[in-house]
Write a protein of this length. Structure first.
Length: 435
């Protein structure tokens, strides 16, 4: 065990004044080592294990920052219960050796989660291996289960309800008619090393970093970073919730996934890829293909048209891939199965294909196509209406980026520079290196 006393004291003095979590100084090999100064502060705190339901069985409704909270299995926030997590609090999973989900926090219909950190003291859901004060343990995707919020806002299934992906049982149902549903507030939050595959690798029944099922626009979501996830960083299953200043970093699958009739507005979103992260693939060997996108969007899994169509609006979108074409990646944006997407002020760069709109009824649109810039190593954009993006805004092959306002955007070519495209993506609350 390393002596963390000096490290912790130094980290404590830096926490309040740190303005950039060493994005530029990070090791581009991204080898997921522990432990950065953030975690050195918290690793010596006492641990309280919680299981079952918040508000019963000894599980308190307020979690304080003077201890690490360890979730054993699936922890539920039931109807009419509010869980409050104080700024600077760390949450981890209780390790399990079998294929049983652990470290999964589920806010059920009618429950609320208020996890409101600050710029200098975010709420952090992360790997237990970053909180053990040990040199020789390393964090990995799947070390933390994930955060799931369920509500009764509209979705487009035939019954108007569904059971959330990755779990089973009527208590995990979402959907309804309440567009103004309020599932609480998440602000200045990091969710790291999340994800769980309930059945088997690439089964399609996964828990994401942050899953939102039928969540309504009474819910507050801003300044949230989901990193190093085993599946998608963010997935929106229907609902009307709005979000701003959200970051998907080094995810295994998609940065942002939308389906089942999601119709909210997102302002300032960044999907930042990393070639050294794990990568989702579809099919079976030796015919597996990449399934990793900056955005994946479907109306629904069957590709049918419905009265309520999946159609998010994203104002201020930045999707940054890797520095050379790689078969581990697919599309910067993939719109399919009658899904629709509106992007205003968007940049997509660093994927084999920039934007792909696939199939009848699928649509990519903008209120100002001149505000959309797209690059693909092989194809810039393909599919209905992508030709409305001006030719001057569409690049292929090796990239010259001044027109994008991105001096050097690629994660694996340091230093990363997003130019003026900063939705507080590099504030002291963020984290891009764990070593």
């Amino acid at each position: 065990m390393r002596n963390f006393f000096l490290v912790a004291m130094a980290a404590f003095s830096l926490t309040a004044c740190r303005q950039n979590d060493s994005l530029v100084e990070s090791d581009s090999s991204f080898n997921m080592q522990s432990s950065s100064a953030d975690y050195a502060v918290g690793c010596n705190l006492p641990v309280q294990t919680v299981a079952g339901d918040v508000g019963s069985g000894g599980v308190p409704t307020t979690w304080t920052a003077d201890k690490i909270w360890e979730i054993d299995g699936i922890l539920n926030v039931p109807n009419n219960v509010t869980l409050t997590i104080e700024p600077g609090t760390y949450i981890k999973a209780k390790p399990k050796s079998n294929n049983t989900p652990t470290g999964v926090l589920v806010v059920q219909k009618g429950g609320k989660l208020n996890a409101n950190g600050t710029v200098s003291a975010p709420v952090v859901f992360t790997s237990y291996n970053l909180l053990d004060c040990e040199d020789d343990t390393k964090a990995a995707p799947g070390d933390f289960g994930g955060v799931i919020i369920l509500g009764d806002a509209p979705i487009n299934t035939a019954t108007g309800t569904a059971t959330i992906e990755g779990l089973s049982g009527s208590q995990y149902e979402y959907g309804g008619t309440n567009s103004a549903h309020n599932g609480g507030s998440l602000t200045y939050v990091r969710i790291e090393y999340g994800g769980f595959d309930l059945l088997a690798p690439n089964s399609g029944n996964e828990i994401n970093g942050l899953t939102l099922g039928g969540v309504g626009n009474g819910t507050t979501l801003h300044h949230i970073q989901v990193s190093y996830g085993k599946d998608d960083a963010f997935e929106f299953f229907g609902g009307t919730v709005n979000a701003s200043n959200i970051i998907a970093f080094a995810q295994d699958d998609d940065g942002f996934d939308f389906d089942n009739g999601y119709v909210g507005t997102i302002t300032n979103a960044l999907a930042l890829a990393d070639i050294n992260s794990t990568h989702s693939q579809s099919g079976t060997a030796p015919n597996q293909v990449s399934d990793t996108n900056g955005i994946e969007l479907d109306n629904n899994s069957t590709g049918t048209a419905t009265t309520l169509l999946t159609h998010p609006i994203i104002n201020g979108l930045t999707i940054v891939g890797v520095s050379s074409s790689n078969t581990l990646y697919e599309n910067g944006i993939h719109v399919r199965r009658h899904g629709q997407l509106t992007v205003n002020d968007g940049i997509v760069v660093g994927y084999p294909r920039g934007i792909y709109v696939e199939g009848t009824g699928s649509l990519f649109t903008s209120t100002n196509f001149t505000s959309v810039f797209v690059h693909g190593f092989n194809t810039d954009a393909a599919g209905p209406d992508t030709n409305l993006i001006p030719a001057a805004n569409r690049l292929t092959g090796a990239v010259s980026l001044p027109i994008f306002g991105l001096p050097q955007p690629f994660f694996n070519n340091w230093p990363v520079d997003l130019g003026i495209r900063n939705g507080d993506f590099f504030g002291a609350w963020t984290q891009y290196n764990n070593y």
